[in-house]
Design a binder for this molecule. Structure first.
Ligand code: 58G
Length: 256
């Protein structure tokens, strides 16, 4: 997959590409990330990319000419028809389902704006869609672009050392991941749940399903019932949830 990011701060994008799963995906050429700076497309001596808003008010707006020129230059490096997506708080909320769809594309162009926003005509003419990573306002679209790039990188075949991580699996199934433990078996007096050291893989599988479903019910109840679970699996889910709640009722320490 190839991603081009139109940004006034290309170094901010580049610095994130050296680390972790994303860094490895780029190194292994599972993902290519390029940048295009609208400032390189200015024609005045001051290299102006922003201007005051028509109608008045605080802040500045990204001028359409250098931004559109940068978008066209970046698009020319991508497969024809690659979607152009701006990151902004007014966009559709990003979900794992949307990440999964975008991860299948050969090319994607991301527009990371700054200031109070982007001239609306540039958005209308040169951008297909706006995505938001959550209901809060940031000073630029670069961090949201990196969030999306990270989520896309770990879904590229081979990026995780091939096995699909349990987190992606659980989100695909529509519920949250189960709790994880590693050595030592006792840490500051707290033991790892006995089932995980039992060697009984069927019991471990049931415990994890129960924990994943139970946590979803407690922490993100709105995910339950919306999950891509067919009617045939619903009775099994109810059973697991009842077991989880019974187990929890036996725990003496209060819920945090
Ligand atoms: C239109 C209007 C396009 C993303 C403003 C671009 C970006 C939050 C998010 C902008 C962002 C999010 C201006 C500054 C958007 C730019 C950018 N804030 N929640 N800030 O994903």
């Amino acid at each position: 997959m190839q991603i081009e990011v139109v940004t006034l701060f290309p170094a901010l994008i580049a610095q994130a590409l050296d680390y972790g799963v994303l860094g490895r995906a780029v190194q292994r050429a599972l993902l290519r990330v390029g940048t295009e700076d609208p400032r390189a497309h200015t024609t005045d001596v001051h290299r102006t990319v922003d201007d005051r808003p028509y109608g008045g008010g605080p802040g500045m707006v990204l001028k359409p000419e250098p931004l559109c020129a940068a978008i066209h230059a970046a698009a020319a490096r991508l497969p024809a028809g690659s979607p152009r997506i701006a990151l902004g708080p007014a966009g559709e909320l990003l979900t794992q389902a949307k990440v999964r769809e975008l991860a299948r594309l050969p090319g994607l162009l991301l527009v990371a704006g700054r200031y109070e926003g982007i001239d609306e005509r540039a958005l209308e003419m040169a951008v297909d869609r706006e995505l938001s990573i959550g209901d809060y306002v940031l000073s630029g679209g670069e961090l949201p672009a990196l969030v999306l790039i990270d989520a896309l990188a770990r879904l590229q075949p081979g990026a995780l050392g091939d096995e699909r991580s349990s987190l992606e699996e659980s989100f695909s199934a529509g519920w949250l991941d189960w709790p994880h433990y590693t050595r030592p078996e006792t840490f500051e007096g707290r033991r790892v749940p006995a089932v995980l050291t039992s060697g009984d893989h069927a019991a471990i599988g049931r415990w994890r399903a129960r924990q994943g479903l139970g946590r979803t019910w407690l922490r993100r109840p709105e995910l339950i019932g919306r999950a891509p679970v067919d009617a045939a699996r619903a009775p099994r889910q109810r059973e697991l949830l009842e077991e989880f709640l019974q187990e929890r009722a036996g725990v003496t320490e209060p819920r945090k």
